[in-house]
Ligand binder design. Structure first.
Ligand code: HEM
Length: 479
């Protein structure tokens, strides 16, 4: 804590004060700009794309701009998950009665998920049918709300239930109706969790002493409690699942996982266990639910602000599908403008956030700087996707046509919403499938417009585990 000396050739950044490290300057800029993302981006203007911070006892590197981001995400020394050090994470795991996923565990778990999610659903007809059903459920819900005329709905919360359902069905084979008490419980837990999480870490991670001095005020008690609630929920789901489990006939990803536990139980060092299944489900929920529903939130925010984009999308849908035939994933090729809306919405979402935190598994170099083993590294997507320096024309405008070249969708190299390399997103197919189908199905049947006599919804956002548009209401009318 006391050390204010930076390691040799460490990335530049604001001065490190005893105990507080660079926190005072970062906090000052955060207050001034309104967001941590914009604060570190400002520091990058002064110090260059890689900045070295110290918060409490923890050194954190933040990477800005497409070139440096690509080098960071492609560096195989930087693929660790940051929960091996500080040891705090392990002690949390012990307190919660679980084994926390660290880098070694994760590579085996990740392989399992990538393989079985693909076999079971992602990118196959199974997935298409499931997503088509969920998007049509939302259409039905809105038809009911509008009742042949108009209605008012809140965004982004409109999308939380259907998106959670696509993920939950794939993992556990269960679908919840919108009024289901179990669904409400899961929603409540996840909403609490996301509000109180941050990619760059909570203050009590950087200053573990706060856990004892101010467990309530530092948010530590709340954090532990919300994890406990999610873990209990998942253990209940596993217990239910085991009652109907038939090894000959796996129904979903959880059944496949239970088979792995049975198969591997005699192997030493197997990473498959019920505790690990809980953690893996938590990872999937955390990574997969809000990301997609908030991207849809940004999409509809901009569709309301840019009615001409909405009209153009509807013309494309009408000419390819008409008003009656529901969209399927195989229509993507014929609907390039909608694909561009999907990419533009992902840019608007990702450009307001960070990558997941990574950890250096050994000492390494990044853009010429020396990074010590175990240092935490996080990518800031603002400069590469949304800031003035991202290289796109008028980057703050919602312009899906920027990706259309001679009728083809061409994505510039700086747009990497799913990351790259060994830690890249494993849910890309599911996310893009969901975005395409929900956007198409809704625009086929409805118009979305601003609330009359109110100022337009703000493009500012709320920070949390992922960026979220500020809640707003829209008028939905049947076409
Ligand atoms: C629009 C939706 C989504 C976006 C923009 C997105 C983006 C990302 C990004 C940027 C990363 C971090 C890459 C890195 O730090 O190197 C990531 C990781 C991850 N994503 Fe997604 N994601 C989305 C949806 C999903 C979905 C639906 C799932 C679940 C099925 C999912 C599962 C994961 C997992 C498990 C990781 C961690 C991978 C690892 O640490 O090895 N994501 N995602």
């Amino acid at each position: 804590y006391q050390s204010t000396r930076k390691p040799k050739n460490f990335p530049p950044g604001p001065r490190w004060w005893p105990f507080l490290g660079s926190a005072p300057q970062v906090q000052f800029l955060r207050k001034k700009t309104g967001h941590l993302l914009l604060a570190t981006s400002k520091l990058a203007r002064k110090y260059g794309p890689i900045i070295g911070l110290k918060v409490g006892g923890e050194q954190i590197i933040i990477v800005h701009g497409a070139k440096a981001l690509r080098e960071f995400l492609g560096n195989e020394d930087l693929i660790g998950r940051p929960n091996r050090k500080p040891d705090t994470y392990r002690s949390w795991g012990k307190r919660l009665g679980i084994v926390m996923t660290d880098g070694d565990f994760w590579s085996e778990q990740r392989r399992f998920l990538v393989r079985h999610l693909r076999e079971f659903g992602f990118g196959t007809n199974n997935m298409s049918t499931l997503l088509e059903e969920e998007s049509q459920e939302l259409v039905k819900y809105l038809l009911n709300e509008t009742n042949g005329g108009e209605g008012v709905v809140s965004v982004p919360s409109l999308f939380s239930t259907p998106i959670l359902n696509t993920l939950w069905r794939m993992l556990v084979g269960v679908r919840y109706d919108s009024g289901d008490p179990q669904l409400a419980k899961l929603h409540g837990i996840l909403a609490d969790m996301f509000k109180h999480m941050s990619m760059v870490g909570k203050l009590f991670v950087s200053f573990p002493i706060l856990r004892y001095l101010a467990p309530e005020a530092s948010g530590y008690n709340f954090y532990m409690d919300v994890h406990r609630r999610l873990i209990d929920f998942l253990y209940e789901a596993i217990d239910d699942h085991k009652q109907m489990y038939d090894p000959e006939c796996p129904r979903d990803v959880m059944d496949l996982y239970l088979s792995m536990i049975n198969f591997n139980c005699k192997l030493q060092n197997s990473t498959f266990s019920e505790q690990q299944l809980v953690i893996t489900c938590m990872d999937m929920f955390i990574a997969g639910s809000e990301t997609t529903s908030n991207t849809l939130g940004f999409c509809f925010l901009y569709l309301v602000l840019y009615p001409e984009v909405q009209r153009k999308a509807q013309e494309e849908i009408d000419s390819v599908l008409g008003r009656e035939r529901a969209p399927t994933l195989s229509d993507r090729q014929q609907l390039p403008y909608i694909e561009c809306i999907v990419w533009e919405s992902m840019r608007m979402f990702v450009g307001r956030g960070f990558t997941l935190p990574h950890r250096a598994i050994r000492a390494t170099k990044l853009c010429g700087y020396s990074l010590p083993k175990d240092v935490k590294v996080v990518g800031n997507f603002y400069d590469s996707s949304l800031g003035e320096e991202c290289g796109l024309e008028d980057p703050s405008a919602f312009k899906p046509e920027r990706y259309l070249k001679n009728g083809q969708v061409v994505i510039p190299d700086n747009i990497i919403p799913f990351g790259l390399g060994k830690r890249r997103c494993i849910g890309e197919a599911l996310a893009r499938g969901n975005l395409f189908l929900f956007i198409t199905a809704l625009l086929q049947r409805f118009n979305f417009s601003q609330m009359p006599n109110e100022s337009p919804p703000s493009t500012d956002w709320e920070d949390g585990f992922t960026p979220r548009p500020k809640d707003f209401q829209v008028v939905v009318s049947e076409r």
